[in-house]
Design a protein around this ligand. Structure first.
Ligand code: SAM
Length: 214
């Protein structure tokens, strides 16, 4: 798989990844990490865990990858992987204990909302047995004016998740254990750049889906 090491993209084998992961109590991943802020924060809070950020846009993660490789701001327990979910690297197979998706957009958001196996299956495959999944969706996308790419998506509510997503998630190996609207004060505390950006005037209505790997 393609890992960011400082400014360069290098190839990392399954063996190399397993060897790094073996130094830690477990591996967590932030899928669609963007600029990796969530990864850096979690890595600081949990030095005993390896925290992986995954995103297809290498440039977005570059600043964070540079930061963790500089002597003064070095953080060993961080890894950034350049990949989309659709092309999920086999090297991550069954490696993660906690999977986070914060404010996805594009094909990741569509797949999670529509219960598309092309997104759910690779997401499920990176989880160990019993792994937890926390997905936070920005519902402000459904406010007027609704962007074109969202227009044909169903409006996501707790009821929608229970009626329409439990089955496709279960078919992919993920059992939905809860869905809730996230209170604004909780949302603005979330250490991600999009949470800050979206919360600037008023936190967006957001919905959290909790699931676990069966
Ligand atoms: C709105 S940004 C959120 C970034 C970050 N999670 C945050 O909260 O600040 C959405 C991210 O999803 C990523 N993304 C979109 N489609 C994806 C896919 N198919 N696989 C992985 N990441 C994807 C984008 O590259 C982008 O970085």
């Amino acid at each position: 798989m393609r890992a960011l090491s400082g400014k360069t993209v290098t190839t990392m084998s399954r063996e190399a990844f397993v060897a790094i992961a073996a130094n830690y109590e477990g591996v967590d991943i932030d899928v669609g990490t963007g600029d990796g802020r969530f990864v850096l924060d979690r890595a600081r809070q949990h030095p005993e865990r390896l925290i992986v950020g995954l995103d297809p846009v290498a440039e977005a993660m570059q600043g964070a990858a540079n930061r963790v490789s500089r002597p003064r701001t070095r953080q060993e327990n961080v890894l950034f992987i350049v990949s989309s979910v659709e092309q999920m690297p086999d090297e991550l197979h069954r490696s993660c204990a906690h999977v986070f998706v914060n404010f996805p957009w594009g094909s990741l958001m569509r797949g999670l909302i529509l219960g598309d196996p092309e997104i759910l299956t690779p997401l499920a495959e990176i989880g160990r047995g019993g792994a937890t999944y926390r997905i936070i969706l920005n519902l402000r996308i459904f406010d007027d004016p609704v962007p074109i790419e969202v227009q044909e998506l169903p409006e996501v509510t707790v009821d929608y998740v229970q009626r329409h997503l439990v089955d496709p998630y279960r078919d992919a190996g993920l059992r939905i254990s809860g869905a809730r609207i996230v209170p604004p004060e909780e949302l603005s505390e979330l250490p991600t750049t999009w949470s800050r950006r979206l919360s600037y005037r008023r936190p967006p209505p957001s919905l959290q889906i909790d699931a676990f790997h069966e």
